[in-house]
Design a protein around this ligand. Structure first.
Ligand SMILES: NCc1[nH]cc(CCC(=O)O)c1CC(=O)O
Length: 322
């Protein structure tokens, strides 16, 4: 392609690091790129994310894309609303970074070593609900801000610990502050955590094909499709108390001749707070496995199971009390 590709990004350290990865891949593929910073309302406001609403970090990038101010938008996939954006397509999903959550605690402590009453900071309803559900007597303190601001509250003694995405810390080069990478059995990550969504205009077929052939990773795309189908079927947005993790696993099947053969499948774990409000301490959990080609159906089925188990039963916009 002879034109210079304008890649839009938020100006945060994390967003710039993520955009840098994609810019490098396109440059390696022989393309000319230019990085364009876009300020989002999410960057300007200090209100809790749950109050400013879904898509605060992504809508300004999407507007810039639709207005032809940029050609490609690089998003943290977990920040994107589940509804498709008319006129835009997610052309590629690059290989996923570590999807897990990470604990940054004082004195090198792990989650299990934090004493009852320890103050743990997070602004995410999903992390809050799971921390409470552990039953460790932790005091969850709502916080927000960029990675440096949140970690700073542990280093200055205001909090005993904070929970952050491992991928974010890895990408800004601060992995050394992590005192425990949380096993998904303790804390299921947000749907699409650690994954990026590379978006372009739907009518920009040249860019779409270029992105598909240079940065897309099929296993990540399918895993994220399963997780987000589950989230969407729960009618829950990106700040909902819902965790999901899909992984490609090997399974043994018997073929027509009676031989054992290895096949790749997609496994999905999901959980949700029983109450979609700030105080929920009860979680429902489920898991299932399906063929790679059934990723989205797997997500929908797991959501149905979680709803049967009582996910979000007591609150949430547009849901019948049940
Ligand atoms: N909601 C903010 C946000 N969006 C993406 C990441 C981290 C990187 C990722 O999950 O891909 C973070 C920070 C965090 O949750 O600690």
């Amino acid at each position: 392609m002879t034109r210079t590709i304008r890649i839009g990004t938020r100006g945060s350290k994390l967003a710039l690091a993520q955009t840098g990865i994609i810019a490098q891949q396109l440059t390696d593929a022989g393309q000319q790129v230019e990085i364009v910073k876009v300020t989002t309302p999410g960057d300007r406001s200090h209100a809790p994310i749950a109050e400013i609403g879904v898509g605060v970090f992504t809508s300004a990038l999407r507007e810039a894309l639709a207005a032809d101010d940029i050609d490609v938008a690089v998003h943290s996939y977990k920040d994107l609303p589940t509804a498709a954006e008319p006129g835009l397509v997610i052309a590629a999903v690059p290989p996923r970074a570590d999807p897990r959550d990470a604990l940054v605690a004082r004195d090198g402590l792990t989650l299990g070593e934090l004493p009852p009453g320890a103050k743990v900071g997070t602004g995410s309803p999903r992390r809050m609900a799971q921390l409470r559900a552990l039953g460790l007597g932790l005091v969850v303190v709502p916080i927000r801000g960029n990675i440096d601001t949140r970690m700073g509250k542990v280093f200055d003694g205001e909090l005993d610990a904070v929970v952050l995405a491992q991928a974010g810390l890895d990408r800004v080069g601060r992995s050394e502050v992590v005192t425990e990478t949380l096993d998904p059995i303790q804390m299921l990550p947000a749907p699409a955590q650690g994954a990026l969504a590379i978006e372009c205009r739907a009518d920009d077929v040249d860019i779409e094909h270029l992105l598909q052939s240079t940065v897309d990773d099929e296993a990540t795309r399918l895993a994220v499709a399963a997780e987000r189908a589950m989230l969407a079927a729960l009618e829950a947005g990106c700040s909902a108390p819902v965790g999901a993790l899909a992984e490609v696993v090997e399974d043994i099947e018997t073929d027509a001749d009676g031989n054992d053969v290895y096949v790749q499948k997609i496994s999905l774990r999901g959980n949700a707070a029983a109450q979609f409000d700030a105080d929920s301490a009860e979680m429902v959990r489920a898991s299932a496995i399906a063929a790679m080609t059934d990723a989205e159906r797997l997500g929908k089925e797991l959501a149905a199971e979680l709803l049967d188990l009582g996910a979000g039963a007591l609150s949430g916009p547009g849901r019948d009390p049940r």
